[in-house]
Ligand binder design. Structure first.
Ligand code: C2E
Ligand code: MG
Ligand code: MG
Ligand code: MG
Length: 281
């Protein structure tokens, strides 16, 4: 009996590994199909100044709704796209769509200053990345000053020699750059000081700590770091009014989160912006 059990385990282990790579390949095939079937779309989450309540930006976030209506979370499919090269096509589509939507908001007189677009490390490494950004801005007619690219600590980890020149080129074009999910990864302080950045986004984990009443010493330290380096600091994941106030108290003056607004389809933005602006002096 024990022997059978053992063999069973081995079979399980083996097939679990095979299953994983099958799942990966299947997900990639479905993602490719989803892209051509237009099952991918963007939602936008407002970013506000916590003191004045003014909307300062919108973050574009990618969504995949399958034919049966179920959603595949980006944390699941973006890594798959990243490993396959599909991310270049996908990332460019995201960037272009966000630019076009921003143009529509500008035309309607509703656009905040910035549209923030996430960029994955694989895109960033592509030798044509900056040229594609530049071309897309020309194609859509959007001013570079209306775009902020969000990079992660894994981009910073490519090394200063790689990252700095790319950021300098983006800067010269007029784009701003934020470092996303800051504080939980492994970026060194030297990077943050050396890289030409505009904004630090404090990881959602710290808003969660504030919410549960844990001491938020690291969040306060990040806010101080930002102000010392002349960077703007925005907190992610604000889920209630108390966290909003606590963030202001530790010197963080920008934020986004479900308490302000959930990410929404483009069609819902005009009404949301009008209503928010009406209530904000
Ligand atoms: P992120 O860039 O850090 O985006 C913030 C995530 O936090 C979003 O998750 C957003 O929906 C969620 N969020 C916002 N406010 C709250 C809140 O108050 N509470 C909670 N619990 N969550 C909140 P989402 O949309 O699932 O995206 C997850 C991640 O996937 C993003 O994290 C980003 O790293 C990646 N991602 C999304 N769209 C793109 C894209 O177009 N390109 C790339 N490269 N990555 C993307
Ligand atoms: Mg982001
Ligand atoms: Mg983030
Ligand atoms: Mg995140």
């Amino acid at each position: 009996h024990a022997k059978l059990q053992h063999r069973g385990d081995l079979v399980c282990f083996d097939s679990a590994m095979a299953q994983r790579s099958r799942n990966h390949a299947e997900l990639l095939a479905r993602l490719n199909a989803a892209f051509s079937d237009q099952q991918l779309f963007l939602v936008y989450q407002p970013q506000v100044n916590l003191d004045t309540r003014a909307v300062i930006g919108l973050e574009a976030l990618l969504r995949w709704r399958r034919e049966d209506g179920t959603m595949v979370p980006p944390d699941r499919f973006i890594p798959v796209a990243e490993q396959s090269g599909l991310i270049d096509t996908l990332g460019l589509w995201v960037f272009k769509t966000a630019c076009l939507d921003m143009q529509r908001l500008i035309a309607a007189g509703l656009a905040p200053q910035l549209m923030a677009v996430n960029v994955s490390v694989a895109q960033f490494k592509s030798p044509t990345f900056v040229a594609q950004i530049e071309q897309t801005l020309l194609d859509t007619g959007l001013a570079a000053g209306r775009i902020e690219l969000e990079i992660t600590e894994s981009v910073a980890a490519l090394g200063l020699g790689v990252v700095e020149p790319i950021l300098e080129r983006l800067r010269r074009l007029g784009l701003s750059v934020a470092i996303d999910d800051f504080g939980t990864g492994y970026s060194s302080l030297a990077y943050i000081e050396r890289l030409p950045l505009d904004r630090i986004k404090i990881d959602r984990e710290f808003a969660r700590q504030l919410q549960t009443g844990e001491e938020a010493r690291i969040a306060a330290l990040i806010a101080q770091l930002g102000s010392t380096l002349g960077l703007r600091v925005l907190a992610e994941g604000i889920e209630d009014a108390q966290v909003w106030r606590k963030l202001q108290n530790i010197g963080c003056h920008e934020g986004q989160g479900f308490h302000i607004a959930r990410p929404m389809p483009f069609a819902d933005l005009p009404a949301w912006l009008r209503q928010w602006n009406r209530r904000t002096p």
